[in-house]
Design a protein around this ligand. Structure first.
Ligand SMILES: CC(C)(COP(=O)(O)OP(=O)(O)OC[C@H]1O[C@@H](n2cnc3c(N)ncnc32)[C@H](O)[C@@H]1OP(=O)(O)O)[C@@H](O)C(=O)NCCC(=O)NCCS
Length: 194
C-alpha cells in the first residue's frame, strides 16, 4: 500500500536487509569498503525524506499481519535528451523484501503496485540502478521485461606524484595556448592601427 513519509522510520530493518544484501554481493564498489549499517541508514533516510517531498514521489509498503515486509521508494526523474522520451520517468531508488519472505511473490506484487501507481500518474517508464553483481535482482527485473541500458563505471583517480605532475603540465600548456590565442587575436588590431 502507498504510505507517507511518516512511515520512513519503519523501514530501518528492511533497509538493513537491503544494505546487507548489497554489501554481501559487492563487499567493495571499485575500491570502496562498506559503511556501518547505522551510517548507511542515516544517509539513506535523509535521501528518502528529500525524494518523498517531491511531487508525485511515493513510498510503497508491502505488509503482512500489519508488519512491513517489503518496500519501494520512487520519485519522478528527468527523461532522456537524445531519445524520444517523455519528460517524466519513474526512478525506483530502493526495492527490497525481507530475506525470509523472498521468492514468494511479494516482490512481484510490490512491483505491480509501483507500476500501477506510475501509470496512474501518467508515467510510462520505470528506471533503476542495480549493482552489477546482484544477479538475482537483475534476473527479477529482466523477467519483468526491463533491460540493461547503461553501465555505471567507478574508479579512484590516480593520485601519484607522476599523475599530478602530468595534470599540472596539461594545465600549464593549456595556459600557454590561451595566451598565444590572446596574442594572435590582438595582432590584427595592432596591424590596422599601424
Ligand atoms: C529482488 C526482490 C525484491 C524480489 O522480491 P521477491 O519477493 O523475492 O520476488 P518474487 O518472489 O515476486 O519473485 C521471485 C523472482 O525474483 C528473483 N529473485 C531475486 N532474488 C531472489 C531470492 N532471494 N529468492 C527468490 N527469488 C529471487 C527470481 O528471479 C525469482 O524468479 P523465479 O520465481 O522465476 O525464480 C527480493 O528478492 C530482494 O529483496 N532481494 C534483495 C534486495 C535487492 O537486491 N533489491 C534490489 C536492489 S536494486
Amino acid at each position: 500500500m502507498r504510505a507517507g513519509r511518516e512511515r520512513i522510520p519503519d523501514l530501518k530493518p528492511l533497509f538493513d536487509a537491503l544494505n546487507e544484501h548489497q554489501v554481501g554481493v559487492a563487499p567493495t564498489l571499485a575500491d570502496l569498503g562498506p559503511r556501518s549499517a547505522d551510517q548507511a541508514w542515516q544517509r539513506r533516510r535523509a535521501k528518502y525524506e528529500a525524494w518523498l517531498s517531491k511531487p508525485a514521489a511515493f513510498l510503497m509498503i508491502a505488509e503482512q499481519d500489519e508488519q512491513a515486509v517489503g518496500y519501494a521508494v520512487v520519485s519522478i526523474g528527468e527523461g532522456y535528451d537524445g531519445w524520444h522520451s517523455p519528460e517524466g520517468i519513474g526512478d525506483l531508488h530502493d526495492f527490497v523484501v525481507l530475506p525470509e519472505m523472498r521468492g514468494r511473490g511479494i516482490g512481484t506484487i510490490l512491483m505491480d503496485a509501483v507500476e500501477g501507481e506510475l501509470r496512474d500518474a501518467g508515467v510510462e517508464h520505470c528506471r533503476l540502478r542495480v549493482i552489477a553483481r546482484n544477479a538475482d535482482a537483475v534476473r527479477f527485473y529482466e523477467q519483468r521485461g526491463m533491460e540493461v541500458v547503461s553501465h555505471i563505471m567507478l574508479g579512484r583517480l590516480d593520485n601519484s606524484e607522476h599523475s599530478r605532475a602530468r595534470s599540472d603540465d596539461a594545465v600549464a600548456s593549456q595556459g600557454h595556448e590561451e595566451r598565444a590565442n590572446d596574442r594572435s587575436s590582438l595582432a590584427p588590431r595592432a596591424g590596422r592601427l599601424a
